[in-house]
Design a protein around this ligand. Structure first.
Ligand code: MTE
Length: 318
């Protein structure tokens, strides 16, 4: 298969699931060897070094057997308050966000503070595609083919000390590029957190792409957290700082509404949000009349993650 480095596949071409699957089938037929390592399509705006490191990705065993949400929906129905509060704001307002060069600071309970740039981060592990169900606290959900590396690889590289019990993830907050940051809708920078075992869990990834392409800005370019058994707000976008800490960090949403947004934020149909039910969800893209579907405990990933919460009161630790 020939790869045209400068070509970015038009959105319209990869929108329907059938087309996406069709292309994958085509690749499979064309070359079994290449099927093992499909390629992330290159982005002419990204540094040559970053492009060169995005050589390919493998499909992982974590693929969900579900209909994917279209590329169009995934990239035009977003929450990214730094660019505004309506679902269409991020795609419109984030176009100019500069995502290269990009450096992530590693701080706190680590052998020594250090920095890592995107190119070096991508060398920590081979890229994998992970098809994950994503459930937003607002009651909608999507199925997204992410591309990324396990978070555990970055944690190992960071060399945390035994004092590191939690990790705090801090997003970029740049007033000059992000109109939402000039308002006080949230306590900026956007901050999220995970317990160490949650961050180390093999399902937790740092995503750098989706649908075989580099992450669009509105989805958190150049790198964001993806934790599929938790509500969407845990998945901090455009991360610039990772702090290893001893006690549970206060996240932006916990500060905004402590009774509504807990630290754990595990998807749980039995624990309602104070203002609405969490027992069902609407899959984006199904149309207005599609019946809501039942939300599953831990977003359907209970088999893999429930052991981490054994003995915990999930109503108190929401
Ligand atoms: N990260 C930052 N920095 N700012 C945000 O507003 N929104 C969160 C999360 N990460 C948000 C963020 C919420 S509420 C959701 S549902 C997901 O991003 C949405 O990710 P998506 O737009 O890629 O689907």
């Amino acid at each position: 298969m020939k790869i045209n480095n400068s070509e970015i596949i038009p959105v319209s071409e990869i929108t329907p699931y059938e087309t996406y699957m069709g292309r994958r089938d085509f690749i499979k037929a064309a070359s079994a060897a290449l099927m093992a390592a499909p390629f992330l399509s290159f982005n002419s705006e990204v540094s040559a070094a970053t492009n060169a490191s995005l050589l390919g990705y493998t499909k992982s065993p974590y693929g969900a057997d579900e209909k994917l949400t279209s590329y169009n929906e995934v990239t035009n129905y977003n929450n990214y308050y730094e660019f505004g509060t309506s679902k269409s704001d991020p795609a419109l307002e984030s176009k100019g966000l500069v995502t290269h060069p990009w450096t992530v600071s590693i701080e706190g309970a680590v052998k020594k503070n250090k920095q890592i740039n995107l190119d070096d981060l991508l060398k920590l592990a081979p890229l994998e595609e992970r098809i994950y169900r994503m459930r937003c606290v607002e009651g909608w959900s999507m199925v997204i083919p992410w591309i990324g590396i396990p978070m555990s690889k970055l944690i190992q590289w960071a060399e945390p000390t035994s004092n590191a019990k939690f990790i705090e993830f801090v997003s970029l907050a740049d007033q000059s590029q992000m109109p939402g940051v000039r308002t006080n809708i949230l306590d900026w920078p956007y901050t999220e957190g995970l317990r160490m075992d949650e961050a180390m869990h093999p399902l937790t990834i740092i995503a750098v792409g989706l649908y075989g392409k580099l992450l669009p800005n509105q989805n958190g370019a150049p790198l964001r957290l993806v934790v599929p058994w938790k509500y969407g707000f845990k998945n901090a976008k455009s991360i610039v700082k990772i702090r290893f800490v001893e006690s549970m960090p206060k996240t932006s949403w916990m500060k905004a509404g402590p009774k509504e947004y807990g630290f754990y934020a595990n998807v749980n149909p039995m624990v309602d949000h104070p203002r609405w039910t969490q027992s069902t969800e609407r899959r984006i893209g199904g149309g207005l009349f599609t019946p809501r579907i039942k939300t599953k405990l831990f977003n359907g990933y209970a088999e893999q993650v429930a052991h981490m919460y054994a003995g915990m009161d999930l109503v108190k630790n929401f």
